[in-house]
Write a protein that binds this ligand. Sequence first.
Ligand SMILES: [Zn+2]
Length: 65
Amino acid sequence: MNPIESLNAVCPWCDAPLEMEIDLTAGDRCYVEDCQICCSPILVNLTLSPTPDDDFRVTLTREGD
Ligand SMILES: [Zn+2]
């Protein structure tokens, strides 16, 4: 599994398509990343699958909501 995955997502603030780099080496985590378009804080919730050949899950929500 590549430790850095790129993900096509949509900003929960402005609906702009985003390309995000997801670092899978740190395990499950939550962090805030600014939208590349509207600069609003996006809360990124990363969950890794317990099985190595399965996928990971990313949820984007509005920080502060
Ligand atoms: Zn945005």
